[in-house]
Design a protein around this ligand. Structure first.
Ligand code: PEP
Ligand code: MG
Length: 873
């Protein structure tokens, strides 16, 4: 294989696998050179030459030396300089070039070729003694640091001694004699330290620097980095050698970084910065403020052709097909490009650039869509902590629901409500949240829990209502009685300001400045592109009016899951619910349900109106009843007195409802079968609401009623018969036709296996991937956080299957369910409403599997729109 690849403006040796052979810097310089852009001339030693040299031992193999010699002769011809310094000296920069940026590799060595003779020739040529010797001094230091592993700081003592002896002032000598003496002292110091003289021969210097650069590949830091990032030990190192640019000399030189676009607007406008490079007389870089390349004064300050730089940037951008940044240098008024790369950007900047580039016709809509990472949109949908702010991080937990929020610490929902009543902001801090905390969560700014994972109650509810949430901050101590939160040795109290960042999991003392999101402009355009590209529909999981409105603003095309149980926790409702559950018999339950009916009905009317003709899927009551029961002596006493029954009776009922494994217990359609009156109330509320909302808006509402946790076709038969019965009654009472659908959640393995027969009765299926994952794995979704992190650490699973669908397990079953369902009913609408419905990787799978829609929490809707678009491209 080829050992050396030369480059100069307008010509470069190219190879197909350039990054592989020449590393990032080497291959990039070759590209710039062949685009006829001004690069310093030079050559790159390839990774295969490195491999050959490593195999040969520590000295460079003769074949490589010979080729380097030939390349130097070529470079002498190109530059009109000589490496042995017989005429104007040729000086070289040597840089390691791996295919990824890798810490631990040798730093660039500048001015290779300087020796006692060439330094004085350079001084003569430039008429600048200080510059030439300063460069030589720095070269000796960096050479010794790389080749002999000496600490450059050791030279300070040598310099101090010489200053005293020769009597010069400041950081460096001022006369030729004193410079010679100082350099002489440096060189003898090196010889004493390492037992050999530092080579004076430029060629020998170059060989040794290249050898040491090669060897840096095997250093512990680089090796550790490769291990972590899965880069092979044999991937290899290239070394790029090019003519020096005197960017640190005089008024007309300097260093800069140019961006092909303005990140604030996305427009093709040169930005970036430039620092004049002349060193002070003391050899110390004077403190030069970098100048903004976009500043109006730049024209007069910039020592080279700014228009040419802008042209180069455009050319590179066109070649890369993306916005770029360029490292450049100016030496005595002449511009050189050293490296270009794709421009780093935030999500918002990325969207801006992608949209601007489509507007300019540089890329198509699909390209633009593929350039944005869907999950990253999260950062735009929520407030975030203003960057550059100093913050005091006092703890860290799981990023359970994105966004940053600040408020005063409260330890209970009651306290949160009390603060909200006074118009004050709070952060609800709990060990964990319970269903009855939902009303507190609605009024607080954010939720912090000590326990629980990303699918804990707090996390799921917070995501649903778009409140920032950090869970599982295990190092925090909450003392609710004392009203204290202890973190990192600090004790915070009720009312102290606290900030949580649900995007990062950070817990921060105080209230740093927050930035608000904006959903218009380029973001809206990106969403339009997504909607044109995707096939699957995107619905939302929502039950409150606030959620439904938020979801519509985010572009949801209907509700895919309305969890009716969440409607029963607020205020008065919970006591009616308790009355129903605690009732001794069906008559008692019906009496309580009669009170709940109008409340449910008006909730549904509001939802139907907000969704204005879009489909709304309502799930019948799902959770085990004991979740609604009073907890603790005080609540039990209160409940007993408000219902006019004794505490003993309440306790008796609570005992009777106790279950060992409630998630696999008396819940879902099992409740409907044991207590059909609950279904009847809910169905009536839904149908009456549909009629009323339809009358008000003049548009028919088609409710979709969903039965949870079905495993047997007969379960669905039973519940559907009740729903149909109520529909007939309501239609007769109101003398109106109602169109409605009755379908089922598919969240048990048995339902998958029997999907073909269940599809005979179901109008639709919605895969409940939360419960399905729980039941397929046999892992409790509420307890998984305690051990799944260990699984991830040990590499047993890669990702939490409750967040990203386990494609090979649960996914395989879903595919089976889809196939069986379609066998019975080819056009049966199929969707998914578990957490994974908002996860981009899972969405890609749902697209492949042919689902009709995904449903996710409101704040994930834009992510799902983009992810569904990418999946369809
Ligand atoms: C599910 O199980 O996936 C689901 C959406 O329902 P829930 O989370 O309410 O059990
Ligand atoms: Mg479920």
């Amino acid at each position: 294989a080829k050992r050396l690849f030369t480059f100069r403006r307008g010509a470069a040796d190219r190879t197909a696998d350039a990054t592989e052979a020449l590393g990032l810097k080497g291959s990039n310089l070759a590209v710039l050179a062949s685009l006829d852009l001004p690069v310093p001339p030079g050559f790159t030693i390839s990774t295969s030459a490195w491999r050959e040299a490593v195999a040969a031992g520590s000295d460079l193999p003769p074949a490589l030396r010979n080729e380097m010699l030939a390349a130097i002769e070529w470079l002498e011809g190109v530059t009109g300089r000589t490496f042995d310094g017989s005429d104007k000296p040729l000086l070289l920069a040597v840089r390691t070039s791996a295919r990824a940026i890798m810490p631990g590799l040798a730093d660039t060595v500048l001015d290779v070729g300087l020796n006692n003779r060439t330094v004085e020739r350079l001084a003569q040529e430039l008429g600048d003694l200080g510059f030439a010797f300063r460069s030589y001094r720095r070269f000796i230091e960096s050479y010794c640091s790389l080749v002999y592993s000496m600490d450059p700081g050791e030279f300070d003592e040598v310099a101090d001694k010489q200053r005293e002896r020769s009597g010069w002032q400041g950081g460096e000598p001022h006369s030729l004699v004193d410079w010679r003496t100082l350099i002489g002292a440096y060189l003898s110091f090196v010889e004493d330290e390492v037992g050999e003289a530092m080579p004076q021969s430029p060629l020998e210097q170059l060989y040794r620097v290249v050898e040491a650069s090669f060897a840096s590949w095997r250093g512990p830091v680089a090796r550790a980095f490769r291990m972590v990032h899965g880069i092979g030990e044999n991937a290899g190192l290239a070394v790029t050698i090019h003519a020096m640019i005197f960017n640190e000399r005089g008024e007309k030189s300097g260093t800069g970084r140019a961006l092909s676009r303005d990140l604030k607007t996305g427009e093709p406008q040169l930005t970036g910065e430039f620092a004049l490079g002349g060193r002070g007389g003391d050899g110390i870089q004077p403190h030069v403020e970098p100048i903004d390349l976009g500043a109006p004064s730049i024209q007069s300050l910039f020592p080279a052709d700014l228009g040419a730089l802008a042209d180069h940037a455009r050319r590179i951008e066109a070649h890369m097909g993306d916005a770029c940044e360029i490292d450049f240098m100016v030496g005595d008024g002449e511009l050189f490009l050293l490296q270009s790369r794709i421009l780093k950007r935030s999500v918002a900047e990325g969207i801006r650039i992608a949209i601007a580039m489509t507007r300019e016709g540089l890329i198509g809509e699909e390209d633009a869509l593929l350039r944005i990472e869907p999950s990253a949109l999260d950062q735009l949908l929520h407030p975030s902590i203003e960057r550059g702010e100093e913050v005091v991080v006092i703890g860290k937990g799981m990023p359970a629901s994105p966004g940053a929020a600040s408020g005063q610490i409260v330890f209970s929902s009651e306290q949160a409500i009390a603060l909200a009543a006074e118009g004050r902001k709070s952060i609800l801090v709990r060990n964990e949240t319970l269903p009855e905390d939902v009303h507190g969560m609605h009024v607080t700014e954010g939720v912090l829990t000590v326990r629980g994972g990303t699918t804990s109650h707090a996390a799921v509810v917070a995501r649903g209502i778009g409140k920032p949430c950090v869970t599982g901050a295990g190092a925090l101590r909450v003392n609710t009685e004392a009203g204290t939160l202890t973190a990192s040795g600090r004790v915070l109290e009720y009312g102290d300001w606290l900030t949580i960042d649900g995007t990062t999991g950070e817990v921060i003392a105080g209230a740093p400045k927050l930035k608000r999101p904006s959903l218009t402009g380029d973001f809206a355009t990106l969403m339009e592109f997504s909607d044109r590209a995707r096939r699957m529909r995107v619905r939302t999981n929502a039950e409150t009016p606030a959620e439904a409105r938020a979801a519509r603003a985010f572009g949801a095309e209907g509700i895919g899951l309305c969890r009716t149980e969440h409607m029963f926790f607020e205020g008065e409702r919970i006591s009616m619910m308790r009355e129903m559950i605690l009732a001794r018999d069906e008559a008692g339950r019906r009496a309580a349900l009669d009170k709940l009916l109008p409340i449910q009905r008006s909730d549904f009317i509001e939802l139907f109106e907000i969704m204005a003709g879009m489909p709304v899927m309502i799930r019948l009551l799902d959770p085990p009843l004991h979740e609604f029961l009073p907890k603790g002596d005080q609540e039990i006493t209160e409940t007993a007195s408000s219902l006019g029954i004794s505490v003993a009776v309440v306790n008796e009922r609570i005992d009777a409802l106790h279950e060992f494994n409630p998630m696999l217990g008396h819940r879902g359609c099992r409740l409907a079968i044991s207590h059909p009156e609950i279904v009847e109330m809910q169905a009536r509320a839904i149908f009456e609401a549909a009629i009323e909302a339809g009358e008000r808006k003049g548009k028919a509402v088609v409710p979709e009623i969903m039965v949870p946790l079905v495993g047997l076709r007969k379960e669905l038969d039973f519940v559907k018969a009740r729903v149909d019965g109520v529909a007939k009654l309501v239609m007769a009472e109101r003398n109106r036709e109602i169109t409605y659908l009755v379908g089922t959640m598919i969240e048990l393995p048995r339902a998958i296996v029997r999907a073909d027969t269940i599809a005979e009765v179901a109008d639709f299926f919605s895969f409940g991937t939360n419960d399905l994952t729980q039941t397929v794995y046999g892992i409790s979704r509420d307890d998984a956080a305690n051990f799944l992190s260990a699984y991830e650490r040990q590499g047993i699973i890669e990702r939490d299957p409750f967040q990203t669908l386990d494609i090979e397990g649960v996914g395989e079953l879903i595919a089976l369910g889809v196939e069986k369902a379609r066998r019975t009913r080819p056009d049966i609408p199929l969707g998914v409403c578990g957490e994974q419905g908002g996860d981009p990787a899972s969405i890609a799978f749902f697209e492949r599997t042919g689902l009709d829609y995904v449903s996710c929490s409101p704040y994930r809707v834009p992510i799902a729109r983009l992810a569904a678009a990418q999946a369809a491209i």
